[in-house]
Design a protein around this ligand. Sequence first.
Ligand code: PLP
Length: 421
Amino acid sequence: MSWRGFGMLAAVGAAVLLWTARPRDEGGAYDDYFRSLNEALRQSGPAHPCLVLDLDRLDRNIAVLTRSIRPPKHYRVVDKSLPSIPLIEYLFAHAHTDRVMSFNQPFLNIVAERLPRADVLLGKPMPVRAAEEFYKRLHGDFDPTRQLQWLIDTPERLEEYRHLGDTLGTRLRISVEIDVGLHRGGVTDVATLERILALIAAHPERLEFGGFMGYDPHVVKVPSWLRSRAALFQDVVTAYQGYIDYTRSHYSQLWNDRITLNGAGSPTYRLHEHVDLLNDLSVGSAMVKPTDFDVDTLAEHVPALFIATPVLKTAAGARLPGSDLLSQLVEWWDPNRARTFFLYGGNWMAHLESPPGLRTNALFGRSSNQEMVNGSTAVPLRVDDYVFLRPTQSEFVMLQFGDLVVMRGGKIVDHWPVFQE
Ligand SMILES: Cc1ncc(COP(=O)(O)O)c(C=O)c1O
């Protein structure tokens, strides 16, 4: 074969290869679930970006959780991951608990005021000035001496809290943060625990020992080639048990029936099902299951929270500014760029969920005002239809949209406010 003939053959071969390497058309219409959400929102939704909370799906998650966390273990609602009083109240009623884990002072004051019978454990150690602010703003029936446990990680911080107790003339319940392998702080050795317990024991009028908090999400997050999940979990149990044993044998006077042995979180709570270590398990995100929680331990949980945002404009083609040729090339290469939609808002911590096959456009860029997304000709979106996204996490995203649009059976049944500082 001549060189020319060979060159032609190579060019045709490359073109065929390129053609077969093109992305396949992933577009489609809503499934029945999102079709009914879209219809309900088109009829009576807020006509701006909103968060849809699906109570039927939340109920399924509650059922999974309550099968797993059973007496004498208690469920504790993580407020930062579910920052809405009606949502926490719903969990109180349906998951049979009155326990909350709180992570910041303004939210702590809201919880104390709006849920005056709640049992609250702090999820992180706060600067003592934040604790002081909490007492300053506290009013109502919530009794911190019985209902609140501050989290303490060092003897120095405990000393500051003791001083606050003196100033306020009150007694503070203290839970001790222990490091069970996450290495995010907390007590790492018995000598430090000894100093903390000694201080509590020396000031019974100001300090009361509440228990321990040992958070363990690394058990699921650390890659198994580094250390197996079973070994990491065993480390958690051994470390936690060591702190319990030390306290019971050296400070038995501080031990009682009310001691809170808190731990776990969404990714790990199910690992504790067959272990008698904790009596108090915190879970937040798994109840709505954002994408960061697509882990095998939560396989039975279902997503229950979606961003829904109206389509403002639709157009044929990839619609890139500056070069029609580039748009045509992009469309030729990727059938999922054959239509363009501009959304009301965008650039959220979320992944496009429905209709299928939608994608953002890196060439056009992201926008918080009118995000461009593309889809194939199989995506039948019209102006005013809603595009649905799954948040990557709940804690920040839930604070960005105003009231939750609460749905059941495909109908809007309520609107629930979220926390506002
Ligand atoms: C101390 C502590 N416990 C529990 C959790 C679990 O929260 P979630 O279930 O939302 O992951 C967290 C999350 O950051 C935490 O910091």
